[in-house]
Ligand binder design. Sequence first.
Ligand code: H2U
Ligand code: ZN
Length: 348
Amino acid sequence: MALVLDEHPHRRYNPLTREWILVSPHRAKRPWQGQTETPPRDDRPIYDPTCYLCPGNIRANGQHNPQYESTYVFDNDFPALLPDIPSDDYQPNPLLRAQSERGLARVVCFTPRHDLTLAEMDTPTIRHVVDAWVEQYADIGQRPFIGYVQVFENRGAMMGASNPHPHGQIWASEHLPQQVALEDDTQREYWQQHGVSLLSDYLAQEQALGERIVYQNDSFMVLVPFWAVWPFETMLISKRHISAMADLSDDERNGLADALRNVTVRYDNLFSVSFPYSMGFHPRPVSQGEWSHWHLHAHFYPPLLRSATVRKFMVGYELLGTPQRDITPEQAAQRLREQSDVHYRAKR
Ligand code: H2U
Ligand code: ZN
């Protein structure tokens, strides 16, 4: 008997990380008696005098933000990584191993408007954020001790964001972060074996099948990857095989802004809530090296499962064994694809 992906329990392989994930499609039909609730109101003002990210306000360390009018970047006042530390190893024994990790951290305020999110910003405004990210890669990437620049956004209290003002972060480190090192290895191996990038071949497959595509324009495809772990996890993949943010053409920067708007609006519309997520970009490392196997992409990892408050937990079997999901990536993609590209709050 043949394996039917929307019926039989199975595991799926993630070729970017060499990890497996368990899919239990038969369970998505089980009755649910959890709560349903009306979405929370969001009455944030355009400017909040108590917000440490709004223009003109005082931050926690006493510094003043300028009266910024577009995207604004500053050095994180509480950085997880520091540039000026001794470069050293600690290894009294092979089982006790540590390495110094030099780096830096910055905060990116997407817009002066306290009341917006990426989902509610228009494409030209998101384009300013894209331009700021490209500038940051150039600026941070030229520092000799930096190996990788990780741009990311934690959106919403559920994902640990400390402030609703639309902002993201940049952490840059000497070594490749864990996920990046895995993706570097698999993309390099694929490139060496096939002479084409792993994600170019993957895009061609998804384009032909269509069932996991959420949205696409000339420059980017948004899809729920075949191996998605989070219920509504997506990837944004550059249609052209480019490796760095600096490789984006003018049109592609607009295409990226448009794709970001489209995926975040659909997320918000799904449960009529400002959809929480962690997202971030995976371009090539910035250190010297052969990186042509890298294919620029972004990941969105949203925790919500069933409603504005019912989230997926990574617990039990998933912590001790393997991540698992019920709703299939194909079902998730269909639900996101069906959402309007007009924000639910704009329609009121
Ligand atoms: P999150 O909301 O994703 O935690 O990001 C806020 C970041 O802003 C956080 O890393 C920094 C915190 O260190 N921050 C400042 O740099 N200055 C402040 O005045 C408060 C917060
Ligand atoms: Zn603010």
